[in-house]
Design a protein around this ligand. Structure first.
Ligand SMILES: [Zn+2]
Ligand SMILES: [Zn+2]
Length: 741
């Protein structure tokens, strides 16, 4: 084919986003027939370099547009979808997010698809339906209880049942396959049904109190148009009932509702509340699902079959054609910000999405972020207050324990031990919070003061006792054995210092031998289902001591807990991070909110070396809002986020000199290119942990009051940074960073 004969014939071209770390789109050619079928937001496979990649169509170029005859475009390999699976509003959202967070568009679009659709799988994967072949097979199943159970369930449904539904009924796919092997059941592949299912009320709404009514009415006034609300409600004040009643009205109009929660652990209780209020299809989207289930949940959202879409952070990018409401619960939670790769904040993306889709959005929290208070202050969010605890529950009473004067056993004050004892004897539950997993944070030699440090990081090794004794670096994952003697002085005087959850578990078990101690942290709940088991035990009214890390602070409902204790809050009070007081205050209020949610009043004990700290004084009276107001004023004075917009450039290399040299050069480049006094540049500064996994880290912090201009100058500068970096360097950019490490 020569160029001259072709130059007048129409050339059909599309522009696509390819999942590679490049900031451009790429053009491909396709047949007239495919061109007619192709829609923006559909997938194609294209050859890119030596690979075959799944790309998303972002534009159809007009066939008569002039082309450069020198430039021969490749043909696409395959058109995978006959319609847009990423709808126009999602495409706009993804393009905005890629630009705002300075991340390659192809990777952003790729991340928005479920794994199976990233792998060139056809959209309508067939559903697996199981049927019984032999209905008199009882005798063959005597040896397996699981198979008997599966058989019983199948027998109830002679027409066949979908595998996903069977899985929900705790019938495992492996059990079904075992039945298939025995010739008792078989699997039929059927096309999935995406017809929307009607929504019905399963249970009457509760009677809303005056505050709840006011909140519900304000939100409902904003239907079918964008408006942002901050539902600022004390723990236990009935935010969920407000969500449910607003959802009901939105669902009644045939609209879909997107609900985001900070972590997977919260999805079962949330889904349970939705299911007991509404009969409808609910899609659940989180990282704990296998690929097939995730695809199905995504498709139910995308086709409009699911009325409610419940998910964690990344669910914000799910296509939802009839979106009528977004709810983001526990909006202050740090898990909404992705901390690596595509570093978006789901709360900010959600606000932008509500704007694009013209629907209301509710951000809910008992301890709203300072960012959200700033938006209220700027009149970009409407604040709704809930101040009464539901039912007869009252706010728990706060007590400070001065660790400087208190008598202690294993780091727990005797006063606290006495109170715990009283509580357990009354058959009530206790929750103890310590944000440090492992056995002890340091191993020290008592003869020469040597400390066991990670050879690759500026950090102590954490001592772990189970499943075997070892040293573990929580920053790079290095594991070492515990030396028999001190490597420095050769004495056998090594001693773990300080306490982690595993050690406190041991101490509590010793002090209270008659009561179960349930430990909840990443080490104890890593096995699937272990958290659920503990959770079920908490829901019985038996007296137990619940001990855990951050995982326990989040939105859980523990009706029988009446005593909450935080063993060590001083780390948060002393940290150099300007957000540390905010996080500590949120933690204290959230953890104490787990107490006294039932009929009985609760107590909260905080152990501290700084009982006179002004923040603690405010929180003692549950006055998070006064604290937040003060914090916002402080940030205004200090010109810190959210009163200025921030972008963080992280640089990692073989030496701190290399980082310093490169970052200084880049800082100068930005100074030359932007307007005088527009961008305040801090740094280069070494990261709080300078050395991590053997590599050195440093930062540049960019601050400005003018977000649009800051982004404008940084966008082109970032491309230059990428081109200037050396091969040994790893750099990343974080827009609106939440952590400066
Ligand atoms: Zn020593
Ligand atoms: Zn390390």
């Amino acid at each position: 084919m020569s160029h001259s004969t072709e130059s007048n014939a129409p050339v059909y071209r599309i522009r696509v986003a390819v999942p590679v770390r490049l900031y451009d789109f790429f053009d491909y050619q396709l047949s007239a027939e495919h061109y007619a079928q192709a829609e923006v937001g559909a997938r194609v496979t294209v050859s890119f370099g030596r690979q075959q990649l799944v790309a998303v169509i972002v534009e159809k170029l007009p066939p008569d547009a002039p082309i450069d005859p020198q430039f021969k475009l490749k043909m696409i390999t395959e058109l995978l979808d006959d319609r847009a699976i990423l709808h126009p509003s999602i495409m706009s959202l993804l393009r905005w997010a890629a630009q705002y967070y300075l991340f390659p568009i192809g990777e952003v679009m790729h991340a928005a698809l479920p794994t199976l659709l990233r792998q060139a799988k056809p959209y309508n994967l067939l559903a697996r339906t199981w049927k019984l072949l032999n209905v008199h097979a009882e005798d063959q199943l005597k040896r397996s209880v699981k198979q008997q159970e599966a058989y019983k369930v199948l027998k109830l449904h002679p027409q066949g049942t979908q595998e996903t539904i069977l899985n929900l009924a705790s019938v495992e796919t492996n059990t079904l396959k075992a039945l298939e092997k025995k010739g008792i059941a078989h699997c039929v592949l059927e096309a999935k049904d995406f017809t929307p299912t009607p929504v019905q009320l399963a249970q009457m709404p509760l009677t809303a109190n005056e505050e709840q009514k006011k909140a519900i009415q304000s939100i409902l006034k904003a239907q079918k148009k964008y408006q942002g609300f901050l539902l600022d409600g004390l723990t236990g004040s009935g935010k969920t009932e407000v969500y449910l009643q607003v959802m009901q009205k939105v669902l009644e109009q045939g609209k879909q509702v997107l609900v985001l929660v900070p972590e997977i652990g919260l999805t079962p209780q949330t889904i349970h509340r939705f299911q007991s209020r509404f009969h409808c299809q609910i899609s659940m989207l989180h990282s704990g699902l296998n690929d097939t289930k995730r695809l199905q949940a995504w498709q139910y959202a995308e086709t409009g079959k699911a009325a409610i879409i419940l998910g964690t952070r990344s669910a914000i990018f799910t296509p939802i054609p009839q979106l009528g409401l977004i709810i983001l619960d526990e909006e202050h939670d740090l898990s909404f910000k992705q901390q690596e790769g595509f570093r978006y904040h789901a709360r900010d993306v959600a606000l932008y999405r509500a704007h694009l889709e013209n629907c209301p959005i509710i951000l809910g929290s008992a301890t709203p972020s300072i960012e959200s208070y700033q938006l209220v202050h700027q009149q970009k969010l409407t604040r709704l207050e809930l101040n009464q605890r539901a039912g007869s529950a009252v706010m728990p009473k706060m007590h400070l324990i001065d660790l400087k004067i208190a008598r202690k056993q294993h780091g727990i004050s005797e006063q606290l031990i006495t109170e715990i004892k009283k509580c357990l004897e009354k058959k009530e539950q206790v929750l103890i919070f310590l944000n440090r997993r492992g056995y002890a944070p340091v191993l020290i030699c008592e003869s020469c003061a040597w400390q066991a440090n990670c050879p690759h990081c500026d950090a102590h090794f954490t001592v772990h006792m189970k499943p075997y004794m070892h040293l573990h670096c929580h920053h790079c994952g290095t594991i070492n054995r515990i030396p028999d003697a001190c490597p420095q002085c050769d004495q056998s005087n090594l001693k773990p210092i300080g306490m982690g959850t595993a050690k406190v578990e041991e101490s509590l078990q010793e002090i209270f031998p008659d009561f179960p101690v349930l430990r909840v942290d990443r080490d104890s709940t890593s096995r699937v289902g272990s958290w659920q088991k503990i959770y079920d035990q908490i829901q019985t009214s038996e007296p137990v001591i619940l001990l855990g890390t951050q995982m326990l602070a989040k939105g859980h409902h523990f009706p029988y807990v009446t005593l909450v204790a935080i063993l060590d809050i001083d780390g948060g009070l002393l940290s150099v991070d300007f957000r540390a007081p905010e996080r500590t205050a949120q933690l204290i209020i959230q953890v104490s909110g787990r107490s006294g949610r039932g009929e009985k009043k609760g107590d909260v004990y905080l152990q501290t070396l700084r009982p006179d700290h002004p923040m603690l004084m405010l929180l003692l009276h549950h006055d998070y809002r006064a604290f937040a107001k003060q914090t916002l004023t402080d940030r205004q004075t200090a010109l810190l986020p959210p009163c200025r917009y921030a972008i963080l450039l992280r640089c990692e290399s073989r030496s701190q000199q290399e980082n310093q040299h490169f970052l200084s050069e880049m800082a100068n480049l930005l100074r030359q290119q932007s307007e005088p006094d527009l961008i305040d540049i801090w740094g280069p500064i070494p990261a709080p942990m300078e050395r991590k996994a053997g590599r050195f880290q440093a930062h540049l912090v960019l601050l400005s009051t003018d977000r649009a201009k800051l982004h404008f100058y940084v966008r082109s500068w970032w491309q230059q940074v990428l081109h200037s970096k050396t091969a040994y360097m790893k750099i990343s950019i974080d827009v609106d960073p939440q952590e400066l490490n």
